[in-house]
Write a protein that binds this ligand. Structure first.
Ligand SMILES: [Zn+2]
Length: 142
């Protein structure tokens, strides 16, 4: 009985979601799989082990890192080319070594992604076009 009740509750919640929320719900599982896969690849290479990983609907950031080693990633990463996904992930993982944007931090990033300045500027350009605007990712994918 509690299962049925739970299903009903779930259904009710779904009908209340807005379209922006629906986008997030639609893509966040795919984002979670992608992020976990790339973190599993990079973390041992970088020599870090993140604490908790969360996928969020962030308006202005692709990723973030807390002093506790918790990483947050934007679900919109699923719309980016994989090299930019890797850049965001390597960037946040390197913050587990250096919690700043010092030369030492960028040195860590460079070891793993020597072409990171290209990725950094590509990502900045995408963000300038409007991270939260729908359709912006189509420009990137082209
Ligand atoms: Zn950073």
């Amino acid at each position: 009985m509690w299962v049925l009740r739970r299903l009903l509750r779930k259904k009710k919640r779904r009908t209340r979601t807005t379209s922006a929320r629906r986008d997030y719900v639609l893509h966040k599982e795919r984002a979670r799989v992608l992020v976990h896969e790339r973190v599993a690849f990079w973390a041992p290479r970088i020599g870090v082990s993140p604490n908790r990983i969360a996928i969020r609907d962030q308006r202005s950031r692709w990723g973030s890192c807390s002093t506790k080693g918790n990483l947050n990633f934007n679900y919109r990463l699923v719309f980016l080319p994989v090299e930019l996904v890797d850049y965001v992930i390597v960037h946040e993982l390197c913050h587990l070594h250096e919690f700043n944007h010092s030369e030492r931090f960028w040195g860590h990033v460079e070891i793993h992604l020597p072409e990171y300045p290209l990725h950094k500027s590509a990502l900045r350009e995408i963000s300038r076009l409007g991270l939260s605007r729908k359709g912006n990712t189509a420009i990137v994918a082209a």
